[in-house]
Design a protein around this ligand. Structure first.
Ligand code: UDX
Ligand code: ADP
Length: 465
């Protein structure tokens, strides 16, 4: 077996997966040159920006690594052609959103971006190239990738080997997840290519954490892992609703069940529903796959994880309206947190988007705060419902002055700064009767004991203090 010694990597796609993953590879492998390329010039400019606080992705610890390795063995550019030409290994890390039209619309993933860059790899690569699927992709995408690549082999004597190496990082903890992964999964058909990729990871990952499977198991494992994680959140959210009406407390239930080693205590936080670019998309992918292979009962089973998530989001919006006497017209509601989770500036599928849109639709005025998301992103996410000139919403990265005369506050993201808010002083600024809704269960009820504030917390029975 002749294992290729990888000296140069090209990663196509400088997004939430490609950027941090390649930064960590470059940091741990100073002997490998890593070129990250993207069609989006603005994004590449930001990755190359001298001011590291302007990187296009906010991820704790990322700017330190980029500061250390950028220009040493990590490079960002739009020169896709020469990066592919020079690479021994090409990672495909582009977006794979849910299809919006045609067969499978609303469920299947749109792999046009994967296909497009595979064609570029087929066109420009020289000699022997290992192509690694990093993006979350539908099962059997490798077949399409192989077929496109093989059609170019004969023309210029290049040869390819395709690997699936799904990324399991979670945003907000990406650097730690990449540096200390639970496992590295490599699916492939050629042991020499698998070894070549494994050798890269061995620079910092223990070998018993690196497992290899066939291509399809690897692709399916990624979808399955995300489906199981999402299912846990829908399960705990369903119980949070039951806690509220029975007088139980979701934290106590969580602790009691989490101590059972078979269940475990992770990923059991009730909230406004899961967001992010992966969970919904991957479950939809899974259900599409099941339908395609004639397994409608399996498909329905997983679809309910999404229905539960939608319902949790809807019931929180409805509850805010109900508590405010069924009318929020012209009332000021402060929204704390717009990203889909803490420690990221990503808003894809954020539960805040639908809750804000629903509240705006009821005529509320929203004062939206998030420490990392920017106004342009919020404007784009709210779309047409957000009136021009911000007449029905305002946005700030700063907590100062956002609470004046508000009728309600809704905590939607679990940012640390919200845990430190002095509710006694905020309380003085509100119009009474006022409500505080904590959908993430991050506020210690004792901290609002002295406030004449109505308080609701997810999963807390007898919700009025
Ligand atoms: C997820 C997977 O965790 C990761 O392995 C995969 O590679 C990509 O998808 P990510 O979406 O970045 O990662 O974040 P994650 O921490 O999984 O959170 C997803 C959503 O679930 C967030 O909206 C989060 O707030 C929510 N969540 C998570 C809960 O509501 N409760 C929890 O206990 C955990
Ligand atoms: P993810 O969360 O999967 O990383 P992102 O949307 O953050 O997804 O990043 C994907 C990146 O891939 C984007 O910056 C996009 O511009 C880039 N991209 C998509 N198609 C191509 C392509 N054919 N060539 C190069 N870059 C591409």
């Amino acid at each position: 077996m002749n294992v290729k010694n990888i000296k140069t990597i090209c990663c196509i796609g400088a997004g939430y997966v490609g950027g941090p993953t390649m930064a960590v590879i470059a940091d741990n492998c100073p002997h490998i040159n890593v070129n990250v390329v993207d069609v989006n010039e603005e994004r590449i400019q930001l990755w190359n920006c001298k001011d590291l606080s302007k990187l296009p992705i906010f991820e704790p610890g990322l700017s330190d690594i980029v500061g250390r390795v950028r220009g040493r063995n990590l490079f960002f550019s739009t020169d896709i052609e020469s990066s592919i030409k020079n690479a021994d290994m090409v990672f495909i890390s582009v977006n794979t959103p849910t299809k919006i039209k045609g067969i499978g619309a609303g469920k299947a993933s749109d792999i046009s971006w994967v296909e497009e860059c595979t064609r570029q790899v087929a066109k420009y690569s020289v000699g022997e190239t290992i192509v690694v699927e990093k993006s979350t992709i539908p099962v059997k995408t490798a077949e399409a990738v192989k077929s496109i690549l093989s059609s170019s082999d004969s023309e210029k004597g290049s040869s390819f080997s395709v690997l699936s190496n799904p990324e399991f990082l979670a945003e907000g903890t990406a650097i730690n997840d990449l540096q200390n992964p639970d496992r590295i999964l490599i699916g492939g058909e050629h042991s020499s290519s698998i070894e070549a990729l494994k050798n890269i990871y061995l620079n910092w990952v223990n070998q018993d954490k690196i497992i290899s499977t066939n291509l399809w198991s690897s692709e399916l494992s990624k979808l399955t892992a995300n489906a199981f994680l999402a299912q846990r959140i829908s399960s705990i959210n369903s119980i949070s609703a039951l806690c509220e009406v029975t007088g139980a407390n979701i934290d106590e239930v969580k602790r009691a069940i989490g101590l059972d080693k078979r269940i475990g205590d992770k990923f059991l936080n009730a909230g406004p529903g899961f967001g992010g670019s992966c969970f919904k998309k991957d479950i939809l992918n899974l259900t599409y796959l099941c339908e395609h292979f004639g397994l409608p009962v399996v498909s329905n089973y997983w679809e309910h994880v999404i229905s539960m998530n939608d319902w949790q989001n809807y019931r929180i919006y409805k509850m805010v309206i109900d508590k405010l006497f069924g009318n929020v017209s012209k009332k000021k509601i402060v929204i704390l947190g717009f990203s889909f989770k803490a420690n990221t500036n990503d808003t894809r599928e954020s539960p805040a988007i639908s809750i804000c849109k629903n509240l705006l639709n009821e005529g509320a005025f929203l004062s939206i705060h998030d420490p990392q998301v920017n106004r342009i992103q919020v404007t784009s996410d709210l779309g047409d419902i957000g009136e021009e000139n911000n007449s029905n919403w305002s946005f700030s990265n700063d907590l100062e002055d956002i609470f004046d005369n508000a009728d309600a506050i809704v905590v939607l993201t679990e940012w640390d700064i919200y845990k430190k808010i002095d509710w006694n002083s905020v309380n003085l600024k509100l119009r009474k009767p006022a409500w505080l809704f904590d959908t993430r269960k991050i506020i210690n009820p004792e901290k609002i004991n002295n406030c004449d504030l109505n308080f609701w917390q997810v999963g807390l029975g007898n919700n009025i203090l």
